[in-house]
Structure formats: C-alpha cells, structure tokens
Design a protein around this ligand. Structure first.
Ligand code: THG
Length: 283
C-alpha cells in the first residue's frame, strides 16, 4: 500500500481498493495556451487546472511543465507548490528531467509521487537515492535503454528489476508503482494484451501497485475515448490501482468507478453512489 500526502491530506494506493484518479491536465502536450503561459513562467492556469480537476474527482494532480524554452529545474518546483496549494491534493511530479524531479522533491511538503524512473541504470542511480531521502513514492516505467519490450514477460522482468533495485536502496515495496505502458493497438494488435498481461503479473507476483496513462492504446483510431474507457475497465479488472486520466471527462471517471464497483473494489458502491449524488444532471 502506497500512501502519498500533502500536509494532512493522505491518499492510499492499494491493490483491491478503489482506483486512484491522477489528473493529467497540467501538461503542455497538445495545449498551445498552457505551453505559452509556461514559457512566460505564468502559473495562473496551473492553479485553475488544479482546482478544476479536484472538483471533477481527481485524487492526485499530475504536474508536467515540459515544453521547449521552459527551464524545468526552475519552474517545476514552483508549479508543484502552486498546484498543491490550489487543490490541497498530493502531486504526481512528472518530468523526464531528473534534476527537475529532484528540485521539486526538495520543496514538496509531504510524500510526493515521482513520475518516473525506468529500468535504465542511469535513471535508477540518479533518482532512487533522492526518492529514498525524501521518502517519496516512485513510478517505474517498464522500459529500459533497449526500449519498450513487446513481450509482457520482458516488461515484467524490468518491473522486477526496478523493485529489486529500489529495495536495495532502502525504498520499501509499498513506495513503488509500476507503469506497464499502454501502446497503440492500431500499430501492434497485441499491444493491449501485452500491457494487461504485464499488469496482471506485476499485481499477482510482485504485489506492488500499478499506474497507467491509457490514452496511447487508441492512437490512430476514430472515437478514441470509447477505446480508452474499455481499456481502463479491463486494466482495473486485472488489478490496476491508479490511472492517469483527464477527470473532467466525466464518463472516464464513471467508467473507473463502475469498474471498481464490479470488481468488489468499492463495496456496495459507496464511492460510485457518492459521485452519482454529487452530479444532479447525471444521465
Ligand atoms: N505514464 C506515466 N506518466 C505519463 C504518461 C504515461 N505522463 C504523461 C502522459 N502519459 C499522461 N498525460 C497526458 C497529458 C495530455 C495528454 C495525454 C496524456 C493529451 N493531450 C492532448 C493532445 O495531446 O492532443 C490535448 C488534450 C486537451 O487539449 O485537453 O492527450 O503514460 N507514468
């Protein structure tokens, strides 16, 4: 069981419990307005998006400020603090810049979720000591210097290596989440099955929690949202414990809550019903 926190607010990520919703909207990918604001160092939009996602049902807010012309080492810590103050929710610190991840960890008031390390020795060497030092929770991507294996058993082996290396560093298993990486099924018909098989093995054999950005599975197809929702439901069936999604898409949140209910991860539908009652226009 992983517990991330900010101040007195805690979020538990645990196998068999409700799927934790990580809001993905603070990410300049495909968003020209947010990109321009971040390039100017303006964080008003970050604050706004943090609150919108909290109100839509996010449990954790992902913060990624990676765009051309942005100094992430300077801006990521500021954006993380702005988002957590606004939403009063734990933050998933998202960057491919390892120095920026460490800089944000240093200012974080609680237990952060660090997104991410991968199976490359360089990534593990640089980030695991900082993650241990700050008692953070880490997301491990099932890829390494060779790339993302198509074989689910090879992805499992990378996950196992990340868990072992983290434990050697003194990071408990509870503080690790594995991302089995959804890839485009339009390019490789087996990509969906491979990801689901890897999630199942990581859940059953390593006993660690998992996360997933589901939207890649539908790349290249029309009506992507229905494919993403179907896939999320399948991933929750095989054990997925958290999902990186846009919570303002209310059907995504409802799909997650419905899947938890069906998998006995939300006994008597307590969370499902709470969400239902909060939305008078539910249809
Ligand atoms: N795994 C982990 N972390 C991740 C991902 C993952 N972080 C980044 C990403 N994937 C998840 N976040 C996003 C953020 C934005 C989009 C998709 C995933 C996105 N943006 C739209 C676009 O590109 O066109 C713009 C959408 C809009 O305007 O609302 O799709 O897999 N560990």
């Amino acid at each position: 069981m992983a517990v991330v926190s900010v101040k007195d607010k805690q979020v538990t990520i645990e196998i068999g419990k409700p799927t934790v919703i990580i809001g993905e909207r603070i990410n300049p990918t495909g968003k020209p307005k947010l990109t321009a604001e971040l390039q100017k160092g303006h964080l008003d939009l970050v604050e706004e998006e943090a609150m919108i996602q909290r109100d839509a049902g996010a449990d954790i807010i992902d913060v990624n400020v990676g765009a051309p012309g942005v100094n992430e080492i300077d801006l990521l810590p500021k954006a993380v603090l702005r988002a957590l103050e606004a939403a009063q929710l734990p933050i998933c610190i998202d960057s491919s810049n390892r120095d920026a991840l460490v800089a944000a960890l240093q200012v974080y008031p609680g237990v952060a979720l660090v997104n991410s390390v991968n199976g490359e020795e360089e990534s593990l060497k640089k980030l695991l000591p900082a993650i241990k030092k700050h008692n953070a929770v880490v997301i491990g991507l099932t890829m390494d210097d060779v790339g993302i294996p198509t074989d689910p058993d090879k992805r499992f082996e990378i996950a196992k290596k990340i868990v072992e290396r983290a434990q050697e560093e003194g990071i408990p298993k509870e503080n690790i989440l594995i991302d089995c990486l959804a890839m485009a099924v339009s390019a490789d018909p087996n990509a969906g099955i491979a990801c689901l098989k890897a999630i199942g093995r990581v859940t059953e054999e390593l006993g660690v929690g998992t996360t997933l950005g589901a939207s890649n599975v539908s790349f290249g197809m029309p009506n992507r949202s229905i494919i993403n929702k179907a896939f999320l439901s399948m991933a929750i069936m095989v054990g997925l414990t958290s999902a990186i999604v846009d919570p303002t898409k209310e059907e995504v949140v409802r799909t997650i809550l419905a899947s938890d209910f069906l998998m006995s991860r939300d006994p008597y539908g307590a969370r499902y019903l709470k969400n239902y009652r909060q939305q008078p226009k539910y249809s």
